[in-house]
Design a protein around this ligand. Structure first.
Ligand SMILES: [Fe+2]
Length: 441
């Protein structure tokens, strides 16, 4: 392929990613009235109208001003939309752009960006190499779209979102776990063009033998943990987790309520019985950790999770995704808010990894046992606040994306992180365990 054609394809891909993100941002903000847009639905979240203008502000900073070298659109609002200046709880009291103003602002920025895209050089400095800054901005918007989806889940009132149900399980019986022999694999990436700084560089990691659940832990399995008194027995809980469990009065995943002997859940304002075969979602790291200990297991480390997802024993190389190097399609993973819930376990056989592990990408983010840290050779890019300032024991790593994650912000190397008490995110988990040498045959 000629260089010109290659570049044209790249510009088209950027435009598609930006348009897809914007369609979603508009759908999420047009779904509610102006009152709802400016209201704070939870102390954990920003008003939706803050997210919207913040998306535009980041796009302006990186693509209009930096890449495009153009005049600022609204330099006066930079401070208002700097996530590091104002914690979420304080955002409703700021003099924010109103709904109409915010919509006009993001439209104006986007028009300029499409113009920048048509002529910008896509090589020469790392920020523009293979359109990195454009890819970073598309991922940023999609990540805020997922955050806005979580705000919708926290919002009370009548249902406003709708989507078809995900595919059902094929019904084929899967083994409970997959055993992975000890050995090295390539973790992280140095070649994925839009990978973020924390996914880089690619490096060899030796992983001891382990077993990992074939599918995420289901609501049915989690209900057995509750019924067995799992929430009342400090033996299963991390010390800090137990203190939090008592203080916060946790008795079940967030959004669940008792219904006689069973459970109901509220999902985007719809109250329904908890489906036994779906991955459990809206549990904190502490709950996931307690469940795993009760089950005689543990959470996988981040390296174990990534090896289960990417390692191909036939070639020894690591794939971009469990199914291969091709972008996700509808039959491979439950991504992109196509459905408003995780799919039953066993619903995506075509998306399994070479080792035979299912639904690693999509459905629910999966808590791992690991703290967020830089890989050997890590270099902050394009700014320290993207991820380096979060490194340390405060944050636990989540992997794989959820039904609310867009494909542009999800791959085998993608890393997400949050506090171990968080439950409003679309997070579940699967378990792992050490393997004895005699089990390896
Ligand atoms: Fe942001």
């Amino acid at each position: 392929m000629s260089v010109e054609l290659e570049e044209e394809k790249l510009r088209d891909a950027v435009e598609r990613a930006l348009r897809r993100a914007r369609e979603r941002s508009i759908a999420l903000t047009d779904a509610v009235d102006d009152d709802d847009l400016v209201r704070q639905h939870s102390k954990l979240m920003s008003p939706l109208v803050w997210d919207l203008a913040h998306i535009g502000n980041q796009e302006e900073l990186w693509l209009v001003r930096d890449v495009g070298g153009r005049e600022p659109v609204r330099i006066d609002i930079d401070e208002l939309y700097d996530a590091f200046q104002h914690p979420r709880a304080s955002r409703p009291s700021l003099p924010l752009l109103g709904p109409a103003e915010a919509r006009g602002y993001v439209r104006e920025v986007r028009d300029k960006v499409l113009d920048v895209l048509s002529s910008a050089k896509l090589e020469g400095r790392p920020l523009v190499e293979r359109a990195f800054a454009f890819g970073m901005v598309a991922q940023h918007e999609q990540q805020h779209d997922e955050t806005m989806l979580a705000t919708h889940q926290l919002r009370s009132g009548t249902p406003v979102l709708d989507a078809p149900p995900p595919p059902r399980s094929t019904g084929r019986r899967l083994p409970a776990e997959v055993i992975v022999p000890a050995g090295p694999f390539t973790m992280g990436t140095s070649t994925e063009p839009w990978a973020l700084d924390n996914e880089r560089p690619a490096h060899q990691v030796h992983v001891g033998a382990f077993a990992i659940d074939t599918v995420p832990v289901t609501n049915g399995a989690y209900q057995r943990f509750i019924a067995a008194g799992g929430y009342d027995d400090p033996r299963w809980w991390h010390e800090t987790g137990w203190a939090h469990r008592i203080e916060a009065g946790l008795v079940a995943p967030r959004f669940w309520q008792r219904d006689g002997d069973g459970w109901l859940r509220t999902r985007f304002s719809v109250v329904e019985p908890v489906p036994a075969d779906e991955p459990v979602v809206h549990v904190s790291w502490y709950e996931a950790d307690a469940y795993a200990r009760w089950a005689g297991r543990r959470l996988p480390t981040e390296a174990e999770w990534e090896k289960a997802a990417r390692f191909d024993p036939a070639t020894g190389r690591s794939r971009r995704f469990p199914w291969g190097d091709e972008e996700p399609t509808d039959n491979l993973a439950n991504l992109g808010q196509r459905h408003l819930r995780p799919a039953e376990v066993g619903a995506y056989p075509a998306g399994a990894s070479p080792l035979g592990v299912h639904q690693l990408i999509g459905d629910v983010w999966e808590w791992t046992g690991s703290d967020l840290a830089g890989y050997p050779g890590f270099a902050a890019f394009p700014y320290r606040e993207y991820s380096e300032v979060f490194f340390g024991p405060e944050y636990k790593v989540l992997r794989g994306g959820s039904f609310g994650t867009d494909a542009v912000a999800c791959r085998g190397t993608f890393r997400n992180w949050d506090y171990p008490i968080r439950r409003q995110i679309f997070a579940g988990f699967r378990c792992a365990r050490d393997v004895r040498p005699d089990e390896l045959g």
